[in-house]
Write a protein that binds this ligand. Structure first.
Ligand code: FAD
Length: 694
């Protein structure tokens, strides 16, 4: 064997004469990206992503797969210019690639839960495995399955056939089935101890999620919580009729049982200096939520009988509710306002009249549609375009002066502001007022630690690592994002744990890897053809308790789904994620080179590549919309089998790889050997048994 000496990125290598730069680079441990290349096929050089620089005379960009090494050759295979060239190549391919890497529901989930994956496991009757699948991203399926605002269902593709999958209720089903089967959530064991210790302030969903993932890594975790029990707003805000205490307790206790040390009744900053935690632990996480009620800010707001909504809900949660009387006005339009109203109704045992006063219209109301509908169903009244101006006390009544409001034209941000209609003031007599205008982050701990905060008071962190401006101090949940949702708090708790683990292990602090995701586009823009083959199937209806019970007790309103119905519901999933999402080269390199699908928009032909699936063959399917025209399949078929089953059709931007003369794969000599599928870098051509149709 004769050898030549070459240099790759300043590394001297002795490689076999006649080998390609690609082969030589691999020998030196360099990973040059390729799409059209396969070791057992002749080099083709169609994708140009493997370009490298050969120096000497004119520095040239050449394809590594088809350029042979020469004695003394000096090559660069990685540098910023090559990165830019590869990124350009990827962005062009992405602009003409039609498919979703992960399903839209997963992309829309702030915790990135593998929804398609757990729905598939429900279909197989594997609820215990489904629970584990959820816990890879979020440790509390029973909680999320009850109170998540379901951004996933908003984008569920099934909407285009009939109705979205009841994803949230499926999560609840999994958790309920697990509890029924094992008596408690089945968590994986903690990792072996690393000797590192992390302090977490706040036993809410963010802090406990971070605690869970840190224990799995083997780190010691101590959580400091001011309340006598964990849960944060899940326990002291969200009412029992939406989230029963035993569900919360089961899921939080399971995390504690992994060896998380919990110290209740300790208010950090008052009972214990936060700086002491900084000194005594290897890392510190703030998960303190947004505990402050946004003030009502009108004369009379401090009068007895006027309650901050969250203080009222906390008193009810602690089984010590104040007597509100027979007419309660709730001010605000978010979920807290709805929770206050529905709780006041229940506490009044059906004898209290409850009205929500909201200053904008129904259209702008931030509360979830389903929550608004439930409140109205139970008898809560909602007055829109109404705002309080003043409160006075007269004996045992509060006199509320209200104004009718009108909305201004949209401003630059697209928002309409509510302004009082002159002369529209009127008065109502009520027995109590609940002010539910939102929550804000209390500033004391950030101030004590010298941390930067945003204008709204949230702790500023790096958006990917969740590290504050001070090394080793992290923040997640509502105190970092501002008042938000449980699913975001839980997801960000997990991401924070990832970064803290990197920090404790002395690794570069990058945060959790974020994979590239190709998207077919918004739901409403998709071709009707995509959904034409599906038969309509009704979404499962979740049973609820009787109206009378709803109005007078704090029993959970929804009662859960029967196992057989859950399997049926899960089977409605269209499995939108890509078959190749775990081993797609386009996704891998788009992640590595930070590809941007929107950079070039649709290709110059003016049209996005259309969805086109050939499932005529029993063994192979061709997803023309996912093909990147690298031609590896054409060559595999020709070189290995001597056949021309596949070919290039058209020229220029409309080029497609498919069966010639407009026929289907089943009409060809294809024997289903699968050689083409082995070389496809995406999911353009795949074995038929791989699940998804989209
Ligand atoms: P929290 O849940 O607030 O937990 C923070 C914890 O830190 C608390 O236990 C607190 O006591 C503790 N703490 C704070 N300061 C200190 C200190 N100095 N020392 C020690 N401990 C401290 N989200 C949804 O997704 N769906 C819903 O239906 C929903 N409904 C809601 C209803 C209400 C009434 C409210 C108020 C919120 C609702 N949310 C809902 C929002 C959700 O509850 C929050 O986004 C979530 O709880 C945030 O989690 P967290 O861990 O960041 O903060």
């Amino acid at each position: 064997m004769s050898l030549v000496t070459i240099s790759i990125n300043n590394q001297t290598l002795r490689v076999e004469a006649g080998s390609s730069i690609l082969q030589a680079a691999r020998q030196g441990g360099f990973d040059i990206p390729t799409f059209c290349h396969a070791d057992h096929l002749k080099p083709f050089t169609s994708c140009f992503i493997c370009v490298v620089k050969v120096h000497g005379g004119r520095d040239m960009l050449v394809p590594a797969c088809s350029t042979t090494v020469r004695e003394g050759m000096i090559v660069t295979v990685e540098d910023p210019e090559l990165d830019a060239s590869r990124r350009m190549c990827i962005d062009l391919l992405l602009s003409d690639h039609c498919g979703d890497c992960q399903s839209p529901c997963q992309s829309a989930c702030p915790a990135n839960i593998d929804i398609e994956g757990f729905l598939a496991l429900i279909q197989e009757g594997k609820t215990a495995e489904a629970a584990q699948r959820i816990r890879e991203q979020a440790p509390f399926p029973g909680i999320l399955g009850r109170i998540c605002p379901r951004p996933c269902e908003e984008v569920c593709r099934r909407r285009r056939v009939d109705e979205p999958i009841a994803i949230c209720s499926m999560k609840r089903h999994i958790a309920d089935a697990e509890l029924q089967q094992f008596g408690s959530p089945k968590l994986p064991p903690p990792g072996s101890l690393t000797g590192k210790r992390v302090a977490i302030v706040g036993a809410g969903p963010a802090g406990m999620s971070a605690a869970y993932y840190l224990r799995l890594q083997g780190h010691g975790v101590q959580v400091f919580e001011q309340h006598p029990a964990g849960g944060g707003m899940l326990r002291y805000g969200i009412p029992y009729y939406r989230l029963p205490e035993e569900v919360l307790k089961a899921e939080f206790d399971a995390v504690a049982d992994l060896g998380v040390e919990l110290r209740f009744g300790v208010r950090v900053g008052t009972d214990l200096a936060v700086k002491a935690l900084e000194q005594d632990f290897d890392a510190l996480i703030l998960g303190i939520g947004a505990q402050g009620a946004v003030p009502l800010g009108i004369p009379g707001a401090e009068l007895p009988g006027v309650w901050p909504g969250i203080a009222y809900l906390e008193a009810v949660a602690q089984r010590n509710p104040p007597e509100l009387g027979d007419r309660v006005a709730v001010i605000g339009g978010g979920n807290t306002a709805i929770d206050c109203a529905r709780t006041a109704l229940r506490e009044g045992k059906g004898r209290t009249q409850v009205s929500i006063l909201y200053r904008r219209s129904r259209h702008e109301m931030p509360a979830e549609d389903a929550e608004i509908a439930e409140a109205l169903h139970e008898g809560v009244r909602i007055e829109y375009l109404t705002a309080p101006q003043e409160i006075l006390r007269e004996g045992d009544r509060l006199i509320l002066t209200l104004s009718r409001m009108e909305l201004t034209a949209q401003d630059a941000s697209g928002r309409c502001s509510p302004v009082p209609v002159p002369g529209s003031e009127y008065r109502v007599r009520v027995s109590a007022v609940l002010a539910a205008l939102g929550q804000q982050v209390l500033p004391d701990l950030a101030r004590d630690l010298g941390l930067e905060t945003t204008r709204s008071g949230a702790v500023k962190t790096d958006p990917r690592t969740f590290q504050t401006g001070r090394p080793g101090i992290f923040a997640c949940g509502d105190c970092q994002s501002g008042a938000d949702t449980v699913v975001r708090a839980v997801g960000n708790g997990r991401k924070t744990a990832y970064s803290v683990h990197q920090y404790l292990s002395g690794l570069p602090l990058t945060g959790e890897p974020v994979l590239f995701n190709s998207s077919m586009g918004p739901l409403e823009d998709l071709d009707a053809e995509l959904f034409a083959g599906y038969t309509q199937a009704e979404r499962v209806r979740i049973p609820v308790i009787r109206d009378e019970e709803r109005r007078t007790t704090d029993k959970e309103v929804e009662t859960g789904v029967e196992p057989a119905l859950a399997v049926k519901e899960a089977a409605r999933c269209l499995s939108c994620g890509c078959d190749a999402r775990k081993d797609c080269k386009l996704r891998r390199y788009a992640t590595r080179y930070q590809g941007d699908q929107g950079r070039f928009g649709p290709p110059v032909s003016g049209k996005r590549r259309a969805y086109s699936l050939d499932e005529s063959h029993e063994k192979i399917k061709i997803a023309v919309h996912k093909c990147i025209n690298c031609g590896a399949c054409v060559r595999a078929c020709a070189e290995i089998k001597g056949l021309t089953v596949l070919t290039y059709i058209n020229r220029g931007f409309t080029t497609r790889i498919h069966v010639p003369f407009g026929r289907s794969l089943v009409d060809t000599a294809c024997d289903g050997c699968g050689e083409c599928t082995k070389v496809c870098p995406t999911a353009g051509i795949m074995p038929r048994q791989a699940g998804t149709a989209l």
